[in-house]
Design a protein around this ligand. Structure first.
Ligand SMILES: *Cc1c(COP(=O)(O)O)cnc(C)c1O
Ligand SMILES: [Zn+2]
Length: 433
């Protein structure tokens, strides 16, 4: 019999398990699992892969075209999850987000070749859809009906929305009470998830949901589940494709649970192995000062795995004190000769305001990456003429409270609304000011 194309492999002890076992941690040592595909067995050269992906990208859709064929995730389907047949895919579609060449914004932060990959343009307005199309498709394939997650707001929105498309599937979401935005909460409620607000922070919710998955027949769809990573790795791959196969010098990514850095790094390594690309981009992780355990670990040369209690920040989607994917993300930072940086609350708010002032609707979490890129530029770690892709992870509109608070303050780029009497003179008077 031929060896299975995909398997689960433990980062901790190296054990491998069949992919169909639907495990979300190693049963032997409790370590993180990753999905490994035997992609060389397809027997295609790098050039042949690029041609295939180019053909799919330029194919004209019509009314009968299935969603997965319009998806920026499933465009790369052999590399994403070959164990799923196309007719098993639950797709909206997702991905195929825009890559913005942000010349004016780049000038402001001293980067001549700045691009923003806007993952806020996904169906539920964050990159989590890329992971969830894989996770929910696989859950359905396995016959799992209760799918669960802990969330800072965007994972729960994506899980609820994808599960809502599958008859008989129920999303159960654990949220840190009053620590996610109203827009995010509305998504889980609207899409019919069993929504549980717990009196703890994200890390507390994560511990409970992991225990729930160990003791009850529920399928965990946090990024600890390695199948999520397979969808998310297409963020970096699609950005490279967007650039006409030019590999950027840097990807700059906000870090919360650290799944996304792990995913982007894995996608790049696989494409290097297959000869799809010939150069390795560097990956920079960026955190907010209020929730900076990965940065603090980096400062020790990763000798220590730091955890902390995360404090309040407008970058609430990355308010995480114990990043679950730390070992994977560490590997990608080290292998890519990357770095980790940290920005203050003022810096991230400023960067969000600046990007939005230039017409790009990015959220405070995305702004952590932008502010991080600016800081790395100032420190000389990133060169002026290097090609930099900042990953914007969600849309500004999911965090309207942060924007309204900022513009009501006396911050540098604040643009406060003015209250006026209902008269022509009052309005005209404002125009003359
Ligand atoms: C989930 C999320 C992140 C963090 O991604 P990780 O994979 O947990 O590091 C960043 N920004 C937004 C908007 C998110 O929803
Ligand atoms: Zn193990």
């Amino acid at each position: 019999m031929a060896a299975p194309l995909s398997r689960l492999s433990c980062l901790g002890c190296g054990a491998t398990r069949p992919i169909e076992e639907a495990l979300t941690e190693c049963p032997a040592c409790g370590g993180l699992l990753e999905v490994l595909h035997d992609l060389a067995s397809f027997g295609r050269s790098g050039r042949e892969w690029r041609d295939l992906f180019d053909r799919r990208r330029s194919a004209l859709p019509n009314a009968e075209t299935p969603a997965f064929e319009r998806s920026g995730v499933w465009r790369y389907r052999e590399h994403v999850f070959p164990a799923l047949a196309p007719e098993e895919i639950v797709s909206k579609p997702e991905g195929a987000t825009r890559l913005y060449r942000s010349a004016d914004l780049g000038k402001e932060v001293g980067l001549a070749r700045l691009f923003i990959k806007h993952e806020g343009e996904n169906p539920t307005l964050s990159f989590k859809d890329r992971g969830m199309t894989v996770g929910v498709s696989w859950a359905r394939h396995l016959g799992r009906t209760d799918v669960v997650c802990a969330s800072t707001g965007d994972t729960s929105a994506a899980l609820a929305s994808y599960a809502a498309e599958v008859p008989g599937m129920r999303a159960v979401v654990l949220l840190p009470e009053a620590k996610i935005t109203g827009e995010q909460l509305s998504q889980a409620l609207h899409h019919g998830a069993l929504t549980l607000g717990l009196a703890t922070d994200f890390d507390g919710c994560m511990r409970i949901v992991a225990d729930l998955a160990r003791t009850h027949p529920v399928y965990l769809l946090n990024s600890k589940n390695p199948v999520r990573i397979e969808g998310q790795k297409t963020i970096g791959q699609e950005a490279i494709h967007d650039l006409g196969w030019e590999v950027p010098d840097w990807f700059v990514v906000p870090v919360g649970n650290a799944g996304n850095v792990s995913a982007i790094g894995k996608g790049i390594r696989e494409w290097l192995d297959l000869g799809v690309i010939g150069k390795r981009p560097r990956i920079a992780g960026a955190q907010a000062e209020a929730a900076d355990p990965f940065y603090r670990s980096f400062l020790t040369g990763f000798a220590e795995r730091v955890t902390r209690t995360a404090d309040e920040t407008e970058a609430s989607a990355i308010r995480i004190g114990a990043p679950v994917s730390h070992p994977k993300a560490r590997r990608e930072i080290e292998l890519s000769n990357g770095t980790v940086t940290r920005v203050t609350e003022a810096e991230l708010l400023e960067a969000a305001a600046l990007a939005n002032r230039h017409g790009l609707a990015i959220c405070p979490n995305s702004a952590v990456a932008l502010a991080g890129a600016a800081k790395l530029r100032r420190e000389g770690a990133i060169g002026r003429d290097e090609t930099v892709v900042v990953v914007a992870t969600a849309h500004a509109i999911k965090f309207s409270g942060a924007a309204v608070r900022y513009h009501g303050s006396d911050a540098r780029h604040a643009n406060p609304a003015r209250s006026l009497p209902a008269s022509l003179e009052a309005v005209a008077g404002q125009l003359r000011r």
